[in-house]
Design a protein around this ligand. Sequence first.
Ligand SMILES: Cc1ncc(COP(=O)(O)O)c(C=O)c1O
Length: 370
Amino acid sequence: MMKKLWRDGVSHLTPYVPGKPIEEVKRELGLDEVIRLASNENPMGPSPKALESMAAAVKDCWLYPEPSCLELREKLAERYELSAEKIIVGNGADHIITLIGNAYINPGDEVIYCHPTFSSYREITLLMGGKPIEIPTRNDFVTDLKGILHSITNKTKLIFICNPNNPTGTIVDTEELVSFLNQVPESVLVVLDEAYAEYISVGHYRTGIEFVKEGYPVISIRTFSKYFGLAGVRVGYAVAAEKYLKPLQAVKQTFSVNRIAMAGALAALDDINYGERMLLEVNKEKERLTEQLLSFGLDVTDSHANFLFVNMKRDTSELFTKLMHKGVLIRPCGPWKLDTYARITIGTIQQNDTLINALKEIQEATISIK
Ligand SMILES: Cc1ncc(COP(=O)(O)O)c(C=O)c1O
């Protein structure tokens, strides 16, 4: 038998199954129109100014990008009123998660996070030979901060808190988070993955960046993939005290963020009006879609992100196939062992109408068969 050459951690990985590509579904099913409400992208796309800026940056593509992303870090620093040294930019938030794992997880280290949540925490922990400790969310699908605190041992290295949580869309109570952070031992680093933070609609809500400014041992992860609609060019960043970012800088590949992506992110940050208009639209559609789904007798969890977590009250892998044949892609939550749940991205008005009509047709067909 051939000797295994790869690292032990590699054998434990389950490859991430991304949302099915639109082109593949069109080709396989002979459909002209397919909408993807499965990957929490921003279907309205980025600011036109970001598009313009990226197009202009293409002519310089023969030049390596500026490796420290200084201009973007400075603009972000201005936005958050902190120093650019407290920011590191990566090739998407997922890259930042990988860098954190590469830099911090030793074999045998315990890494705590809730279940269900974003799969990258588990994958990077296993890859690095760490031990994932998964704490079920509370019954209301909110991250169980008390449960996480009780699970801390002298082997705990990292805690990932996805807030808002993917796939449930829930957020932790802001005061409970403060109390939690005050109780976490100094030897443990808390990573707040705030990929959807811009969608939080609760007043006076404190996010990781504020905690960083207050000196808490916290890394806040952000991305341009969701709110800013730049998932395809890959820009994410982390905000933390310099001492926590130094190890990430040490393991980061020099040119991991390309110059087109940086140009897009810079221009997107400038177009405040576009972002605000788009947020209003998402919130309006979130409310409308929620009402529609509730009227079908489904359970919809209160969401603070650009997606809904829905108990469809039927096997969602089967529903996924039926919807796909109607040109609509959603994300069944079977991989999280939540077989009747689906995660549905808030689309444009037209896309949400298509989803609602497709669900109505499927529901009517099911009733008439019965
Ligand atoms: C919670 C969470 N973190 C990180 C990411 C990765 O984002 P990016 O596209 O910036 O890599 C996602 C993407 O879906 C996410 O849901």
